[in-house]
Design a protein. Structure first.
Length: 748
């Protein structure tokens, strides 16, 4: 309703401006034909101009130098889980609905009146005698509304002698209406008023158009020069009891203006000036209602060059999702990234496509392609499909980043935030305001060492989304937003201002650590727990091979800080860094990199591997407090720990599907309505502990504290069955579990 209301407002404003010009310069002038077509044009132009939109893009002077702030609410990987959506609907009638129903009802009333008028005219035509007069049907009737004309019919009253002088003048008047096709004007304006009755200017236009019809017909009726007699006849004639708005009645008031027009002289010079003034007015109105100025950054500063690899998801034998209209996701993805490259005119922005035709590439090939082309940024484009189903409850754009434990995560979140900001309010579909993460991660994003995001441009399951993404307008807007985001990110990111470096202190030469398979014995004194992991060549920029010893005052600076894979005593560990391992417990460290690491550990070893052997064969566990320095950890100590991250999550009986069903079935969707929450989305993240016996405890939530809705979520989980406990290093452990529950409150 709101977009239509804005459209109506624009119609009223446009028609008011054009009518004001008519009132000042054209009204009561005798160039009636010009006025007739001008007033009809006012209606057409007022309806059409608000629908037209021409964007005037102009270059900004420079990119903003202030740092773009990252959106704070980023769904972290441990909170993503499997989000539960609970839909709540208000049953009351909204103000918008009432307004819409009222508008529709009035439209129906005017439509009924219009149809009844047509029926009555047709009835008069059918039930009365007639004769033809110069291809015009002359219908005789006793109806008090006559005489009048409609299309090629003149309805004549028996009480008027057609052969008298006055009768002849009236007939000539009505014939003029027929020949000038005035009925077509009346039909048009009355049909418009059915749908746009709320525009008062249109009612004024109808009145003026009706009068101009009379002026034109009066002029035809007095071509023999007997103006005084015709004027006397109008004054002496009794008005009819009623008339039809879509007909041309002879006895039509106000008579004063009709008589004035019959006797008025035309001043040619003044009339031409009045009509010429419409030209500047037309330009002003057109510019005001159709031209929209938009600013965008067209180029990077000349000292900055950036390489962006754009990936069109799927391709070849992999069609991706299938839209509601049967279109393939792979084709839409490819069209979108091609449009980005097409609209890029910045010499300092180098865009490379992973594919330009319909071919298949596996994620590893895409990641390698980006690295081979020395990409600074990686953007993968997809279109989502809600739950694999062709339903239309989801719509709009989402941006995804890697999980938090990957080195490019922070910069990727910043890039994602800039993209969201770029699309917000400049996209024909809704835009989720927070970057997203997937529970299982997205390999092609995590394999890269530079900022990488995945954009879900819309939903294939929503026809509106598909139509927009396939339209020229939608593809152009998508491309412009991505280009703006890239340039804005590059202009502000520290990545392109100076190298990212990490300062460490080492006790061994770095060139020794650079040897795959090199082993460090226990006599190495570890003065910095991160020194080894920082020297794995995980970023595209290699580290500086400065040599430092225990007594060196110098520090080595390295680029890239993506965690390697930790293997402790032969088992893959979820440990995040060496700070959690007491130095005195380390017996040996074996460093694997490149092909050697990948050959032994597969994709998990792509960022390097640290094989650690402890003296007492101990495996450290993460403390609940998250302290950076860990004490010695024994198997007995593990029993007392509450894990925040585990190898195998605690599971609801029957798995995630049953857990989802349990929540959706037992949560009361009307609770937010009871609390009178406004329409919108409300996300509640419930955290709880699953102990080694599967019992639930310490159920809490920081979202909407004190609300009945949040308490309902807590109470339901508290009443639930026992869970299957979490596993860490093949042992049953206590662990935290987080579950996001989103309540979607809508008006109907």
């Amino acid at each position: 309703m709101l977009p239509f209301a804005y459209y109506l407002l624009k119609i009223i404003l446009c028609s008011a401006v054009l009518y004001a010009y008519y009132w000042v310069f054209l009204r009561n002038k005798i160039f009636h034909k010009y006025n007739r077509f001008y007033l009809l044009a006012v209606i057409v132009v007022s309806l059409a101009l608000p629908l037209l939109k021409f964007n005037i893009w102009h270059k900004a002077d420079a990119a903003k130098t202030s740092m773009v702030q990252m959106l704070q609410m980023v769904n972290s990987s441990d909170e993503y889980m499997d989000e539960i959506i609970i839909n709540s609907h208000y049953r009351h009638i909204s103000t918008e609905q009432i307004a819409w129903w009222f508008f529709t009802a009035v439209c129906m009333v005017f439509a009924i009146i219009f149809i009844r008028t047509i029926i009555k005219i047709y009835s008069l035509k059918k039930n009365n005698s007639f004769q033809y007069f110069n291809d015009i049907r002359l219908i005789y009737t006793h109806d008090k509304s006559t005489p009048f004309s409609f299309l090629k019919n003149i309805f004549w009253n028996y009480e008027i002698d057609i052969n008298s002088k006055n009768g002849g003048r009236i007939l000539k008047h009505e014939v003029a209406h027929v020949k000038e096709k005035h009925s077509h004007d009346k039909l048009f304006i009355n049909i418009v008023l059915i749908f746009f009755w709320c525009n008062p200017v249109f009612w004024l236009l109808r009145k003026e158009i009706n009068l101009i019809h009379e002026f034109l017909a009066d002029k035809k009726a007095v071509e023999d020069g007997d103006t005084a007699a015709f004027a006397a006849m109008i004054l002496q004639t009794t008005y009819p009891d009623h008339r039809f708005e879509i007909t041309n009645n002879f006895f039509y008031s106000p008579i004063k203006r009709r008589l004035a027009m019959l006797t008025k002289n035309n001043k040619t010079k003044v009339s031409y000036i009045s009509r010429l003034l419409v030209l500047p007015l037309a330009v002003i109105v057109f510019a005001a209602f159709t031209l929209k100025a938009k600013t965008y950054i067209t180029s990077l500063p000349k000292d900055k060059t950036i390489t962006v690899v754009l990936d069109a998801g799927h391709g070849g034998t992999d069609n991706g999702g299938v839209g509601v209209d049967g279109s393939f996701e792979k084709d839409i993805n490819l069209a979108l990234i091609k449009r980005i490259k097409e609209l890029n005119h910045d010499e300092n922005l180098k865009i490379i496509l992973t594919r330009e035709t319909d071919i298949y590439q596996d994620p590893k090939a895409k990641a390698n392609f980006a690295k081979e082309n020395n990409a600074d940024l990686f953007i993968s484009v997809h279109v989502d499909l809600q739950g694999g189903q062709k339903t239309e409850t989801e719509s709009g754009l989402n941006v995804f980043v890697s999980k938090n434990n990957y080195g490019n995560n922070i910069e990727s979140k910043l890039l994602a935030s800039v993209i969201v900001n770029s699309f917000e309010n400049k996209y024909g579909l809704p835009v989720t305001k927070t970057p997203q993460q997937r529970e299982k991660g997205i390999w092609v994003l995590q394999a890269n060492t530079f900022p990488s995001v995945l954009i879900e441009a819309g939903f294939l399951s929503n026809k509106k989304d598909v139509d927009y993404l396939k339209s020229e307008e939608g593809q152009n807007q998508f491309a412009r937003n991505v280009l703006d985001a890239i340039i804005n990110f590059a202009a502000n990111s520290e990545r392109f201002k100076k190298a990212f470096i990490t300062t460490v202190t080492d006790t061994v030469p770095l060139n020794q650590l650079d040897v795959p398979g090199n082993k460090l014995s226990k006599n190495v004194i570890l003065t910095d727990a991160k020194k080894i992991e920082n020297n794995l060549p995980l970023a595209k920029d290699s580290f500086h091979s400065n040599t430092n010893t225990k007594n060196d005052a110098n520090k080595s600076k390295v680029s890239g800080n993506i965690p390697p894979l930790y293997v402790i005593n032969g088992k893959v560990s979820t440990i995040k860094n060496l700070e959690l391992i007491p130095a005195e417990n380390i017996a040996e460290i074996n460093v694997l990199k490149g092909d050697q690491a990948s050959a032994k550990y597969g994709d998990k070893g792509m960022n390097g591997v640290l094989e650690i052997t402890t003296e007492k064969k101990q495996t450290p566990a993460l403390k609940l407090s998250g302290n950076s320095s860990a004490d010695k950890v024994s198997d007995t100590a593990i029993d007392d720990k509450i894990f925040t991250s585990v190898e195998t999550e605690a599971q609801f009986p029957g798995g995630n599907g049953e857990w989802r069903n349990f929540l959706q079935k037992n949560l009361d969707a009307t609770m937010p309505i009871t609390e009178k929450w406004k329409p919108g989305k409300y996300k509640i993240i419930v955290q709880f502990i699953v102990d080694k016996n599967g019992e639930i405890s310490d159920i809490t939530t920081k979202d909407y504290p004190g609300s009945k809705t949040a308490q309902m979520c807590i109470d339901l989980i508290k009443k639930g069955p026992r869970w299957t406990p979490a596993m860490q290093n093949d042992k049953i452990v206590k662990a935290y579990r987080k579950q996001p529950i989103t309540f979607v409150v809508s008006e109907n």
